[in-house]
Design a protein around this ligand. Structure first.
Ligand SMILES: *[C@@H]1O[C@H](CO)[C@@H](O)[C@H](O)[C@H]1NC(C)=O
Ligand SMILES: [Zn+2]
Length: 374
């Protein structure tokens, strides 16, 4: 992560609002059914989060263990999601001539009848790698917490997606796009020495390049996997208390507003736990002017290729950012569970799941228990 650039990149983009067609608002009773993840976000014992709080430097055993955690979770608990990896190699300024391997993990659920090239995918993204130095750095807000959040979101919408697609069957959309969801857990976001265009974003640069080049087979709605991304929602540096996330991009402000409204409605219904000093996690619901600066992160290679981006990152960054204090003890679990609820609402609304959510199973009752230790 690196902060400031008032930049010319943004001037190169076409800034057209592109609202999603099927987006519907959850009712108050559906909102009350959104699960928080309960104790799964406990930093020492939580089944989703705790296994990730280890150093995850690309190409090391910790990185492989984190990937195993993701893959085992989806294979055992969410078998309807396809699991794929995308690999690349590069040299880094810290490791000389040796090639380092970077492995992105791609989890995906499309309507069962849809051809891959016909699906517009809500794309939820976080990076799982950690800094090369300081040695032992475990990156709790950067970005283990965001990865665990996305696992929770997938779990929370999975059954409703199945029910919805079974109920509507083929022929949904009245000639419109098919709508799917994918999660990208990216490798190699961090710089190994200091942030430059070459020393950063190893995984996302390789993936954006490939997805810009590969063509879908046959006649398809979207020419490339890149064009099939309806919105790139990047989570980063979440999990510390009192976050304040701005609306960074005018062309996706409509999507920011959906997220901000989800927070407001959950808060108004008393369904959030945290009492942020900032008042709101997402205070810019009514914002009307936008600066040209944004935070450099995994969205950049996609943004440069014209993908719409919603960047969910607090500014200022958490105080522990890039220090050894960025560990489990410095996470604020109520804040994390609130993000889990807010993001789940956003995705459930995007995927039009209001009628298909289950009655609340009781927070913390639906824990994921792990099959094997890492
Ligand atoms: C990418 O690398 C991982 C780890 O080395 C390996 O398990 C996986 O099969 C590779 N994926 C592809 C698509 O080659
Ligand atoms: Zn970082």
């Amino acid at each position: 992560m690196f902060t400031p650039i008032p930049t010319l990149l943004i001037a190169l983009l076409t800034l057209l609002p592109r609202p999603a067609l099927s987006y519907t608002t959850l009712s108050p009773s559906s909102l009350s059914r959104i699960p928080s993840g309960g104790s799964d976000f406990d930093p020492t014992t939580g089944a989703l989060l705790a296994p990730l709080l280890i150093p995850r430097v690309p190409g090391t055993p910790g990185s492989a263990a984190a990937r195993r955690h993701f893959v085992d979770f989806f294979a055992s608990r969410l078998p309807r999601w396809t699991v794929a990896t995308h690999n690349s190699t590069a040299t880094t300024p810290a490791t000389g001539a040796t090639l380092v391997s970077f492995t992105n993990v791609i989890l995906r659920r499309d309507p069962p009848w849809a051809a891959p090239g016909d699906v517009a995918r809500l794309t939820l993204v976080a990076h799982y790698d950690t800094l090369y130095r300081p040695e032992g750095f475990v990156g709790a807000v950067d970005s283990a917490a965001s990865c665990a959040l996305l696992m929770h979101v997938a779990r929370s919408v999975d059954a409703a997606l199945t029910r919805r697609w079974e109920a509507i069957g083929e022929g949904d959309g009245l000639g419109g796009e098919e709508v799917g969801v994918q999660i990208l857990l990216l490798d190699g976001e961090e710089a190994w020495e200091s942030w430059t265009e070459e020393d950063s974003l190893y995984g996302s640069r390789a993936l954006a390049e490939e997805w810009d080049i590969v063509r879908h087979e046959g006649v398809s709605v979207f020419e490339t996997p890149l064009k099939a991304i309806s919105l790139f929602v990047l989570l980063d540096l979440l999990g510390a208390a009192d976050p304040s996330v701005s609306s960074y991009f005018e062309n996706t402000h409509w999507a920011y507003q959906k997220l901000s409204r989800a927070e407001r409605r959950l808060r108004e219904q008393g369904l959030l736990e945290s009492k942020p000093k900032t008042g709101r996690f997402l205070p810019d619901e009514e914002r009307h002017s936008f600066s040209r600066g944004y935070v450099l992160d995994d969205h950049v290679p996609f943004l440069q290729r014209g993908v719409d981006v919603l960047h969910v990152i607090p500014t200022p960054f958490p105080a522990v950012w890039h220090t050894m204090e960025d560990d489990g003890a410095h996470l604020d679990v109520p804040t994390l569970r609130d993000w889990a609820r807010i993001m789940t609402v956003f995705v459930a609304e995007w995927m039009d799941l209001g009628d298909y959510l289950e009655p609340a199973p009781g927070d913390g009752q639906e824990e994921y228990r792990e099959r094997d230790e890492l």
